[in-house]
Design a protein around this ligand. Structure first.
Ligand SMILES: *Cc1c(COP(=O)(O)O)cnc(C)c1O
Length: 383
């Protein structure tokens, strides 16, 4: 049996006619840059995320970058974030010229630890605290970071909050949607995200009228009015074509999310039935987890397990093998191995299993069976 990590063709088959119709209309209109498709999608995304505004942009990475640029963050500033995330999180901070300041994660959710954020700020040298301008929590794998204590910290120290919600559209924390809890919410339409375009795309949400205006100006090279530049922005536009595709898919997002959640429940039952007690399953601490990824902690020999699954036709992935504080490009920040032990251990132990909406129970049964087989054969006594 083949069980890919993600099967976008299975999803496309269910919406092909609708997508072809809107794409064909767009081709006939030859209206490719911003315009009604992008504005229509922005209104729908804002409503979905319960924010007042949304601004379509060229990618999730650019969503983070443009939010920081709009907020005027740059050289001499610093931003607290997690070392256990996709590169773009800290990459966007560094690209503005600001300094990423890493803080370790919670071992159960893999999200930044509010307790450690508070400690880190309290222990800052005089002078360092003044450089600190923002917090950038990541809602990793589709589960919100613990936003209540984080927003309290942000208020106390007057920090902006930029949510990296690239993996978390529609997830919630205390009844509030990802993207509406910070000053900016940054989302990605990369094809493997829960709401994926047919290429690159992203969106920034905000409740503030003035940030909204600034984001729209930044998106077109800081031009306002046309050909007059008070700020240096960039070409951060979302294609009308991608907006049209994403708008069709948004109608199905809640159904797809429900299917991912059902698959997560099925895995929980199958793992329990297989007696695989030492494989740690993801903990749901926030309601609602949208399961962009279903990430287990393998008790030992994670890489061998991954190879075994691959040999047996099961796709899996390590998100992420090297925490950001140990990446070569950040060596100038002078972190060392051992600085963030929880993130480092996660990088050694985690493995993402297939969780996409169209996955069948037979496929899930096969995945769990192969994991049980691996531990029976290769790690006697470990399950
Ligand atoms: C995917 C992702 C991004 C970047 O989004 P792109 O659209 O690929 O640029 C940023 N942060 C996180 C956590 C992501 O998962």
């Amino acid at each position: 049996m083949k069980v890919p990590l993600l099967d976008l063709k299975a999803q496309y088959a269910t919406i092909r006619d609708e997508i072809r119709k809107v794409v064909d209309e767009l081709f006939e209109s030859q209206y490719f840059i911003l315009g009604p498709q992008v504005e229509g999608l922005e209104a729908r995304i804002a409503a979905y995320c319960s924010t007042r505004h949304a601004v379509g942009v060229s990618s999730g990475s650019d969503a983070l970058l443009i939010a920081l640029m709009a907020a005027g963050i740059g050289p001499g500033d610093s931003v607290i974030t997690t070392p256990y995330t996709f590169f773009a999180t800290a990459g966007s901070i560094a690209r503005t010229g600001a300094t990423p300041v890493f803080v370790d994660i919670d071992p159960d959710t893999f999200n930044i630890s509010p307790v450690q954020v508070k400690q880190r700020i309290e222990n800052m040298r005089a002078g360092e605290r003044e450089t600190l301008k923002a917090l950038m929590p990541v809602h990793l794998y589709g589960q919100c970071a613990d936003m209540q204590p984080l927003t309290e910290i942000a208020e106390r120290y007057r920090l902006l909050v930029v949510e990296d919600a690239a993996q978390a559209i529609g997830s919630e924390c205390g009844g509030r949607r990802a993207g509406c809890m910070g000053d900016f919410g940054c989302f990605s339409f990369f094809p493997s995200k829960n709401l994926g375009a047919f290429g690159d795309g992203g969106v920034v949400t905000t409740d503030s009228d003035s940030w909204w205006e600034r984001l729209k100006i930044m998106r077109v090279h800081g031009s306002q009015p046309k050909y007059y530049h008070r700020f240096i922005g960039g070409n951060f536009r979302l294609d009308a074509l991608q907006a049209a595709v994403v708008a069709v898919k948004l109608k199905y997002l809640d159904d797809w999310t429900a299917a991912r959640q059902k698959n997560a429940d099925t895995y929980r039952r199958l793992f329990a039935e297989a007696g695989l007690a030492s494989v740690q399953l993801p903990e749901e601490k926030q309601n609602r987890h949208i399961y962009n990824q279903f990430v287990i902690r393998a008790p030992g020999q994670r890489d061998e397990l991954r190879q075994y699954l691959q040999k047996n036709g099961v796709g899996s992935e390590v998100y992420y093998p090297v925490p950001l504080h140990l990446q070569d490009c950040f060596s100038y920040l002078q972190y060392r191995e051992g600085d963030f032990p929880v993130a480092e251990q996660a990088a050694r132990q985690t493995l993402a299993l297939p969780i996409y909406p169209e996955l069948t129970e037979d496929q899930q049964t096969y995945v769990v069976e192969k994991i049980r087989e691996f531990y029976d054969r290769h790690v006697p006594g470990r399950r």
